[in-house]
Design a protein around this ligand. Structure first.
Ligand code: PMT
Length: 314
């Protein structure tokens, strides 16, 4: 079976998105807004950041699913730096994963950051006043300026359908578009038509579920959906000895402009960016206050993207 046939089978059998018209409308409006050179200067570059893990449901009325690990920290943090670098960001994220501007807040921000006052009002606790203010202001600036569009997914079906809609909508901006694919995407799934409707009953010794390989959509994204966009994918491994080879293989196979290689246990300290001709180690700079590895990473990618736009004949 060819890749095209596998991809067609995947989309044909996927449960249709509930709100695809609404999503398309939001996207078109967002892209138009960030492409007008009137008012506040020139058209912005637009990046689609994917973030968090996709689920592969085991039942149509889903109680159980197979999940891919990703907290969403990479995507959320990167979104902040892309916004700082002047990009408009489409944040395609797993529902409930880390969100931009909320990283410095505790796990239960509502309960931990606020306290009642004597006159039964609510105020921000002193210890959190700076971080709460920063988070709210930065988020407000991005949203009010129309530079941040958040789109949530849970399943692999939602993720790939949304990625396709986004890619198609971004075609009209050519090389000004970037894809930064940090989401951890299911490699195996149960096709919708093979899936039982109701909750699988326990009792049997062995749970027999057949998972089929998810067709890799990276090359279709690159070649068909968004041929002019600047495309960055990620490679995650737990065995560092195979990481760089796997990253280079992905670069070649999917014709990415760069692959960011990271090892699970050190992913917050350093990543390696491979472009085919170069292999650049990017480390977090502990002497700076904003000391995330995403800070130098987004600087590097934003520069490369600028060069890419300059060199394109579009
Ligand atoms: O979220 P954090 O906790 O901060 O962790 C960040 C991270 C480690 C999850 C992130 O930095 C990362 O490496 N993300 C990609 C992890 C991954 O699943 O790699 P992969 O080898 O499965 O996939 C490689 C690329 O192919 C990815 O860009 C993925 O989006 C894409 N893919 C994968 C499968 C598939 N069927 N289609 C795809 O397009």
């Amino acid at each position: 079976e060819t890749l095209e046939a596998q991809i067609k089978a995947f989309f044909d059998s996927a449960p249709p998105l509930h709100s695809s018209d609404e999503i398309t409308q939001k996207l078109n409006q967002f892209i138009r807004h960030n492409s007008s050179s009137s008012g506040n200067g020139e058209a912005r570059r637009i990046v689609c950041v994917t973030s968090g893990g996709t689920t592969a449901p085991l039942e149509q009325r889903c109680v159980r699913y197979v999940d891919n690990f990703s907290s969403g920290h990479r995507g959320a943090t990167s979104t902040e730096y892309f916004l700082k670098a002047g990009y408009a960001v489409i944040f395609l994220h797993r529902r409930g994963s880390f969100q931009p501007f909320c990283r410095s807040l505790p796990d239960d921000p509502l309960l931990e950051c606020f306290e009642p006052t004597n006159d039964s009002n609510i105020q921000v606790r002193k210890a959190y006043s700076e971080s709460v203010k920063r988070a709210i202001l930065d988020h407000h600036t991005a949203v009010a300026g129309g530079h941040l569009l958040k789109l949530p997914f849970s399943t692999i079906f939602e993720y790939l359908q949304m990625l396709q809609i986004i890619a198609m909508s971004m075609r009209c901006i050519g090389p000004r578009a970037m894809f930064y694919l940090a989401a951890a995407v299911s490699d195996y799934y149960v096709p919708w038509k093979d899936m039982v409707e109701h909750k699988i009953q326990s009792g049997s010794h062995l749970l027999d579920v057949k998972l089929v390989q998810v067709p890799k959509m990276l090359s279709v994204l690159r070649i068909d959906w968004a041929p002019l966009a600047f495309c960055i994918s990620f490679k995650l491994e737990t065995d560092s000895s195979i990481l760089l080879n796997k990253a280079n293989a992905a670069l070649e196979k999917y014709k990415m402009h760069a692959v960011v290689a990271n090892e699970l246990s050190t992913r917050k300290e350093q990543v390696v960016v491979t472009t085919g001709v170069e292999k650049i180690t990017v480390r977090r700079d502990n002497s700076e206050s904003a000391n995330d590895v995403e800070n130098p990473l987004i600087k590097l990618l934003s520069e490369r993207h600028a060069t890419y736009i300059e060199n394109s004949s579009w």
